[in-house]
Design a protein around this ligand. Structure first.
Ligand SMILES: *Cc1c(COP(=O)(O)O)cnc(C)c1O
Length: 402
């Protein structure tokens, strides 16, 4: 598949079975469920181990179905390569590990700069895993560019971690500016692009070093597997990430890889519908007296509304958070229990509309004062808007709020 084709076309065709010239070969990449692979002779085995990207030897070092997904992701993100991992957290771990432990010209400060608004488990991983390796994490408000610049120059962090659009507060990161700032001090840039997906922006053109996704969410899109991916453009960083992944065993399994490959074929269609639905739901919520505030970049009063429109192809993502006027657990529990179509469950990015209560799920392991600083109050509810008819989603919210 040529990179000259548009993204939607590449998403449909990339990563399928390459044996176009063998009569009767499957059209679709099969799930190759084999831990080992034969070679014609011992020379071949020797060659296979020396050339891991060209052949297959052992499942942890590579698998055809997983490689097909990696090809599809790299094609979508327009990077040199991509690595598929068992979960989104494994992908984030791999990105951070590679950013910190691949030789660079920068004198290491052993400091990580991270947006205050990252996914709860990412925050806990920095605090409970990388802290043990001697890395100090500094949190910042990623929307205050002057402050980020000041901290960046003072602390000389080795890496900056941000979410393109954050979960659950929907803050928008100025990716091109933040990447330039990070590279100016010789640091490496990791973007969690789970909410934006390659449909909203290909960040390789901003120079982002690691574009990471929880593929459990939009890339797969159907809520039936867990997976992660990291797209990397720099060949040295890619090689280093592949080495770590194969050694630590972060690799995705073949069945899950096939599911994500299939999900990605409809990514453009789903994102279009979900983003449109989210705009409608956010606009409706903003007019309800029972709702104190609505967080979605489509709303003209969102502080990064213009930035979001400019960076993300006029789209605003499909996650909408809102705060009830009655800021209490009981009020949120009541709302969740009354929903009929909307599924009260964790996660985002499914075809179904999902409702989550961050205080008891994604952010429950974060101390209440830090949670409050992030704006995650006991009245905050997160919606991942699905592909249903927007009118039905709104009607369900209306009856649940009544
Ligand atoms: C879900 C999620 C993750 C973690 O992904 P898993 O697949 O659950 O491991 C990371 N970042 C964001 C933004 C997420 O929504």
């Amino acid at each position: 598949m040529s990179q000259n084709n548009k993204l939607t076309t590449r998403l449909v065709h990339e990563g399928e079975h390459p044996e176009r010239n063998r009569v009767g070969a499957p059209t679709v990449m099969p799930i190759v469920s084999s831990a080992t692979y034969v070679q014609t002779n011992a020379e071949g085995i020797d060659w296979g181990f020396a050339n891991v990207n060209e052949s297959f030897t052992y499942i942890r070092r590579g698998n055809p179905t997983v490689q097909a997904l990696e090809t599809a992701v790299a094609s979508a993100e327009e990077t040199t390569g991509a690595i598929a991992t068992a979960t989104g957290m494994a992908a984030m771990f791999l990105a951070i590990q590679t950013a910190l432990y691949t030789p660079s010209t920068k004198k290491l400060s052993k400091r990580i700069l991270c947006s205050r608004d990252v996914f709860g488990s990412t925050f806990v991983m920095l605090k409970d895993v990388f802290a043990l390796q001697g890395y100090e994490t500094i949190l910042c408000d990623i929307t205050d560019l002057d402050e980020v610049k000041r901290v960046m120059h003072e602390q000389q962090p080795d890496v900056l971690i941000v979410e393109a659009i954050s979960n659950p507060m929907l803050k928008v990161s100025d990716i091109p500016t933040l990447t330039a700032m990070t590279h100016e001090i010789g640091g490496r840039m990791i973007v969690d692009a789970t909410i934006t997906t390659p449909v909203l922006r290909r960040m390789v053109y901003d120079g982002v070093d690691f574009i990471m996704h929880s593929a459990t969410k939009y890339l797969n899109g159907h809520g039936d597997i867990a997976a992660g991916v990291v797209a990397v453009n720099d060949p040295e960083l890619l090689k280093s990430a592949q080495k770590f992944s194969r050694l630590i065993g972060l690799n995705l399994a073949p069945y899950e890889a096939r599911m994500v490959s299939r999900g990605m074929k409809t990514l453009t269609l789903r994102m279009r519908q979900q983003c449109e639905n989210a705009n409608a739901v956010a606009a409706w919520l903003a007019q309800q007296p029972a709702i104190k505030s609505v967080f979605h970049p489509s709303l003209p009063n969102h502080p990064q509304h213009e930035l979001c429109k400019r960076l993300f192809d006029g789209k605003f993502g499909a996650v909408v958070s809102f705060e009830l006027a009655d800021v209490s657990r009981a009020a949120v529990f009541g709302l969740m229990d009354r929903c009929k179509i909307i599924t009260p469950t964790t996660s985002i990015g499914d075809i179904y509309t999902l409702m989550t209560y961050p205080a008891i799920s994604s952010h429950r392991d974060i101390a209440p004062d830090e949670r409050a600083r992030q704006g995650i109050t006991d009245g905050l509810v997160r919606l991942s808007v699905g592909i249903e008819d927007a009118e039905d989603i709104i009607a369900d919210l209306a009856q649940a709020l009544a």
